[in-house]
Design a protein around this ligand. Structure first.
Ligand code: ZN
Ligand code: FE
Ligand code: FE
Ligand code: ZN
Length: 275
């Protein structure tokens, strides 16, 4: 199976499991590499209640070291962060990137600007009521503009869950290509890799991130791909990767990307397995 580069640790306060259990699960799932990319610190602290604090970064690196020790020569362990794209975050991301010899940084849009209240973490279930009262098309426009700006920043190796904005099933009517195309253009121009994140299959939207249509456009535009589970528990490492390989192949992909110290290699996608 391809590498799984998007996974979390208990330091983010909403994931469970010891590093040894994640490594054992990764070995069982047969992923080619196991990458850890927990929710990165954000200032001013506490920014919210679902990420590590800045002073916990050394503990995070020790957690990754424990995984590496347990894996021994059996599995490559990669060190990353899932960073939040927010207006004006550039200097902070650059600081974070210099704090450790990361293998890659993932950029994610979890926060959207709001005129009245500043930024809100739209994918947090606590905002379900707020979603019901929103102009979905306007929100999608805001989201995809932020996603394109994140790509253009050039700060990240991998761009996380491309259409996370659909998480709760709030999707505008009509052909969604009008949102996808400008984002795909921006990502292609940036040279960033995107992820096919299988967690969406377990959310109200019931679909992987991104949607197959987005993935087809991305493949046609030459955007490289990684697969990811966004695991928040050991049993979720490599979850749904057989299905993800099928979706990636159907979109035209034949390989995925591997990262080491922010350098890329590729590995071929496996052939489709039995359904
Ligand atoms: Zn999380
Ligand atoms: Fe995320
Ligand atoms: Fe995540
Ligand atoms: Zn994520």
């Amino acid at each position: 199976m391809p590498a799984d580069y998007h996974s979390h640790t208990p330091l983010c306060r909403h994931a469970t499991g010891e590093p040894e259990a994640y490594v054992d699960a990764a070995l069982l799932a047969g992923v080619s590499e196991y990458g850890i990319a927990d929710h990165a610190p954000l200032l001013p602290e506490p920014f919210d209640d679902w990420r590590m604090l800045e002073r916990e970064l050394p503990e995070y690196c020790r957690w990754i070291e424990r995984a590496r020790t347990h894996a021994g020569g059996r599995l490559a362990i990669r060190a990353g962060l899932e960073c939040d794209w927010l207006p004006g975050c550039e200097a902070w991301i650059e600081q974070l990137s210099a704090r450790h010899g990361w293998d890659y940084l993932i950029g994610s849009v979890h926060y959207l600007r709001d005129e009245a209240s500043g930024a809100w973490d739209f994918d947090n279930p606590k905002w379900l009521g707020r979603w019901a009262a929103q102009d979905v098309t306007a929100l999608w426009t805001t989201y995809w503009n932020a996603y394109a700006a994140m790509a253009e920043s050039g700060l990240f190796d991998i761009l996380g869950h491309p259409d996370l904005v659909k998480k709760f099933g709030f999707v505008p009517a009509g052909d969604l290509a009008r949102f996808y195309e400008p984002a795909v253009d921006a990502v292609a121009a940036s040279g960033c890799v995107i992820e096919l994140n299988t967690a969406g299959w377990h959310k109200p939207c019931g679909e992987c991130y991104p949607a197959p249509r987005f993935l087809e456009l991305a493949c046609s535009a030459g955007i490289p791909l990684v697969l990811s589970s966004d695991a928040h528990a050991p049993g979720e490492i490599g979850r749904d990767f057989v299905q993800a390989v099928r979706v990636a192949r159907a979109a035209g992909y034949k390989e995925t990307v591997l990262f080491e110290k922010r350098q890329r290699r590729t590995e071929p996608l496996p052939e489709n397995g039995p359904v």
